[in-house]
Write a protein of this length. Structure first.
Length: 138
């Protein structure tokens, strides 16, 4: 009986965890020179759903060589540019992905509320993408 209860509890917890992760998939936004950019919004504090949302960027290097990437993110309300991120920089090994860490590299949502971030008038764009080919390490 004890084993059955433990199994059911673990099954429910694991099922809830997998379902929550399935809802948080990245969406592709743009691609340049063999680098694909993906994004998702998630709470800035992982276990607190009511915290401000943060933009998380994932980059996939499809090239056979490492790259150094610089870019910025523009935030729009309707057609008006409302904010621009600082220049973001990442070095990505060949055939790998790199995700900006929520705590270290997540983007501030500036003055936008969570409700505004979900509104159809809000949008963002990854701009000023600069990709530098780096030499392969031996």
């Amino acid at each position: 009986m004890k084993k059955t209860i433990i199994f059911l509890v673990l099954w429910l917890v694991l099922g809830g965890f997998l379902n929550a992760n399935a809802q948080k998939k990245f969406e592709k936004t743009t691609e340049k020179d063999g680098i694909s950019f993906f994004y998702k919004w998630r709470p800035s504090e992982i276990f607190k759903k009511d915290t401000p949302l943060a933009l998380i960027i994932k980059m996939e290097n499809k090239n056979e060589y490492p790259v150094k990437i610089n870019f910025q993110v523009n935030y729009y309300w309707g057609m008006d540019l409302k904010a621009t991120s600082n220049v973001q920089e990442a070095t990505i090994k060949p055939k790998t992905t790199f995700t900006h860490n929520l705590k270290k590299k997540g983007f501030d949502n500036y003055t936008f509320s969570n409700k505004e971030l979900k509104d159809d008038d809000f949008s963002f764009e990854i701009v000023k993408i600069n990709i530098e080919k780096l030499p392969k390490k031996k």
